[in-house]
Design a protein around this ligand. Structure first.
Ligand code: GLA
Length: 676
């Protein structure tokens, strides 16, 4: 690996302040959690049975697949549950439709996680023994590799149905793959691209319950993680396909928006179906009568009849959960930590609060594409050239005072300066491979001059050299998510620190939904972003660790000609990540991640800001919450806690269900839930 500058410039990062996670998982094997088998009998809530008795629904045994997924009792912290009650969520996002695979978002906060099931599942892996780590089967109930490792045959759950009773099968999987992943006009929510599964990978249908993958690499078990949330969660082909541009007159935008939030009872494989939507108010989902998971007694899951999502703000999610008017929050905005801790410590507090490891982190991403991604104007193109200049990136990193940025969010032992790359405290992290550039304004200014930037007009902002962008002020547009207080606080902090350096930053503060569009469209100079699971787990979202494909990385994608203009150090990152994906040798993989971390942090691929822990807030009436469930690791807590298995003991049940005794109606605009 080529060192780009003298090693005296950085140190290893400071050790994070002591902050012990408040509960540890009970580590088990994947096969201790679940299995697939037929049971002698099946049960359902009485009110659902009444639909069957009235001839409005087939008997439960006919609604389930041949071999349902069975959650094993010993792995349920409180054992098998009882039916009833609801889980009230609050979210800061807004839905733009149900077509997840076509690129519509549902508002986050666990709505999509609860609606769309994926071939494999990784959220619950936080409790799986490290040496047995492998994604859990889900829609794919088993798989086997060919002798040479290039083929992977997957067996889907057989005889399972979508929530509207239509059969689920290989056609749904193939529609997702062929017309949504391979069709690059579609940008599936969750970010799947062909490269997420390896260059040259193919998928074919063998029969209704079997599909076969063929990989260029031998036994790339890594891709089993990409088959989990959110990159391989097929949608209902029976209603989506007729709207796809290949099979209709629709354009791609019309396809994406063909199922607006007003379209209710959208067919899902998940545990709950959307039955009510009120703009800026609420989304209500009722139990899926065709859900394909059961407990060992044959009780069809979920135990909870309903889940709802108040459409408010993310900060309000914490406030309401603490107050007991909502049931679930990932306490992830440090601005709310102190008050939440104080309230949760009171004996009468309705919610339990449990801090985990430091897996929430923010990074400043300079747009590294120099060849036209997002069609930059002259000024933006000049900024891109600067972004690609190591002296410029060094100037930025030296000018950032990470300690005060963190303390502006919350004081105390929570935040720690984050150099970028893999997080301290996670399994692939190596401190000695991490380059940290401590705050030093003198050096920052030296590097700015070295990058050719000087304040020629004496207005306090450096100018481009006279031949570039007319020698105007260096002015940088920074994309920021408007939905989170933390994102905005960090952006303000960075803006002020850049001002001190002599760089003008203009904030482009947009809603989460627009942010995704701007980001994927390359319409930004810099962006401040909360990181994904790739930097926590490495095995989840691995293709996002470097620009391994034309559109896998966050901050460097191909221009209009479809090619990437990788700098030599980025090429080294790509090679390292590709080797990681192809390797099954744990020692080699650990070494490769050390190399990755060195290249990332020494070359400042992106600029880390702060890293801190989050806490899981759940109302105390819920049972079966796994010990040590992190708010974010392989996935978000809404997947980690296995919501379909959560229940409320009979003596604690509330009357909070908004549509008691109802089930989803037929899919369509204006169709609410139905009562028997
Ligand atoms: C948002 C929230 C997270 C989590 C995810 C789930 O991003 O900020 O805490 O709820 O949604 O997708």
């Amino acid at each position: 690996m080529s060192a780009v500058f003298a090693q005296t410039e950085w140190t290893t990062p400071p050790d994070p302040p002591e902050f012990a996670a408040q509960s540890e998982p009970v580590f088990v094997s994947g096969s201790d959690i679940q299995e697939y088998k037929a049971l002698p009998e099946y049960h359902e809530p009485d009110f659902v049975k009444a639909f069957v008795d009235a001839g409005k629904l087939p008997p439960v045994a006919e609604r389930l697949p041949k071999e349902p997924l069975v959650f094993k009792t010993p792995n349920m912290p409180d054992g098998m549950g009882v039916y009833g009650d609801t889980m009230r969520h609050v979210i800061g996002g807004r839905p733009d439709g149900w077509n997840y695979i076509g690129g519509a978002t549902q508002g986050w906060g666990g709505i999509d996680i609860g609606m769309y099931e994926c071939l494999t599942r990784t959220g619950p892996l936080f409790q799986v023994k490290a040496d047995e780590l492998e994604p859990l089967p889900n829609l794919a109930k088993s798989w086997e590799w060919s002798e040479d490792g290039h083929e992977l045959t997957m067996h889907l759950i057989e005889g399972a149905k979508w929530s509207d009773g239509e059969p689920f099968g290989a056609d749904d999987v193939m529609f997702y793959w062929e017309d949504n992943v391979l069709d690059t006009n579609v940008a599936p929510t969750g970010g799947a691209t062909p490269e997420s599964f390896g260059e040259g990978t193919t998928l074919e249908k063998i029969d209704d319950a079997t599909v076969k993958w063929t990989f260029k690499q031998a036994k790339p078990t890594q891709f089993l993680y990409a088959m989990a949330y959110g990159t391989f969660c097929p949608g209902p082909a029976h209603i989506l396909k007729p709207q796809h541009p290949k099979y209709s007159e629709n354009n791609y935008d019309q396809y994406k928006n063909a199922f607006p939030p007003e379209f209710l009872n959208f067919p899902v494989m998940g545990a709950w179906v959307p039955v009510e939507y009120r703009p800026d108010d609420v989304i209500v989902l009722r139990r899926n009568p065709y859900y394909w998971k059961v407990d060992e007694n044959g009780n069809q899951l979920p135990y909870l009849n309903e889940v709802s999502y108040r459409l408010s703000t993310w900060a309000d999610r914490d406030v309401q959960t603490i107050a007991g008017t909502a049931d679930f929050s990932n306490l992830e905005q440090p601005e709310n930590f102190v008050e939440s801790l104080r309230r949760a410590a009171e004996e009468t507090a309705p919610a339990r609060l449990q801090f985990g490891a430091r897996t929430i982190g923010y990074t400043l991403y300079p747009n590294l594409s120099g060849n036209g991604w997002g069609e930059p104007n002259e000024l933006s193109q000049a900024v891109r050239e600067l972004n690609r200049n190591i002296d410029f990136r060094k100037a930025i990193t030296y000018a950032i005072d990470r300690k005060s940025l963190g303390e502006s969010l919350v004081k105390g032992p929570f935040t720690t300066p984050y150099p970028g790359g893999l997080y301290a405290g996670t399994s692939f992290y190596d401190k000695d491979s991490t380059a940290f550039f401590g705050y030093d304004m003198e050096k920052a200014k030296e590097y700015l001059a070295k990058a050719g930037l000087e304040d020629t007009d004496g207005n306090g902002v450096v100018n481009f050299p006279s031949g570039t962008a007319g020698g105007q002020d260096v002015q940088i547009t920074m994309l920021v998510n408007a939905d989170y207080t933390t994102d905005k606080s960090l952006a303000e902090g960075v803006l002020a620190q850049m001002e001190a350096l002599g760089i003008r930053v203009i904030l482009d503060t947009v809603s989460g939904n627009s942010l995704a569009e701007y980001q994927q469209g390359g319409k930004y100079d810099w962006a401040i972003l909360r990181n994904g699971s790739d930097l926590v787990s490495v095995v989840q979202g691995t293709a996002g660790l470097a620009p391994v494909g034309p559109r896998t990385a966050f901050s460097h994608r191909a221009g209009t000609d479809g090619t990437l203009d990788l700098m030599p150090f980025e090429q080294e990152m790509v090679d390292t990540v590709n080797k990681f994906i192809a390797s099954a040798d744990n020692a080699e993989r650990a070494d490769l991640m050390k190399t990755y971390q060195q290249i990332y942090t020494q070359n400042l691929y992106a600029i880390g800001l702060t890293q801190y822990p989050g806490a899981l807030l759940i109302n105390k009436r819920f049972a079966n919450i796994p010990a040590g469930a992190p708010i974010f690791q392989f996935n978000w807590a809404e997947d980690n806690v296995i919501r379909e298995r959560l229940y409320v003991p009979a003596d604690k049940q509330t009357t909070n269900e908004l549509h008691p005794n109802t089930l989803p109606n037929t899919p369509g605009v204006g169709n609410g839930p139905i009562s028997n």
